[in-house]
Design a binder for this molecule. Sequence first.
Ligand code: SF4
Ligand code: SF4
Length: 181
Amino acid sequence: MERIVSERLKNGKFICTRCGICCKNKGIELSNSEIQEIANFLDISVNEFKSKYVRFKKVNYTRKIINHTYKIKGLATILSKKPDGNCVFLEFKGDKAVCKIYPARPISCKLFPFTWEYNPSTFKLYLDFSPDAIGICPGINNQAGESWDSMKNEITKVAKSAIKQYKEIIQSKKYKIKQLD
Ligand code: SF4
Ligand code: SF4
């Protein structure tokens, strides 16, 4: 798989300052394998996990994957939020965010603030900072951050897991996928 990296990522830096901003109002969509993994981590059944920690939401959005745009409709399984909008698993120790399920956290949490696009016909994987994260995440281009060279293997690994997870989500019977162009 060929990896193509945006200039702003290649020249950028990143460190997580544990501000917790990305754990607020995110609506994290979970695949069945993520649900199983988190339930295992919490040592509870999948049914108990679903009854306590997820909500179901109708989704209807478009996603561009390189050359094509897809319309995705269906019922998504989303991590619950607290009344203040923070993720149900977010806590603070002093001013530092702590994820209560950190070792089993969803792929999209591991990937933030990076994003990917994958073209299955050319086997090209595009990586970038997520446009949603720029201007919001204080870790992007933070002076204390790591360079692309030192992060690239880890980010590529997480992006590949994200592709697998995304395929699992869109192949689930809960979704209808239509290619628009
Ligand atoms: S917004 Fe950025 S710096 Fe803050 S917790 Fe999320 S990834 Fe870390
Ligand atoms: S699961 Fe953890 S990392 Fe992901 S949004 Fe919730 S608290 Fe943040």
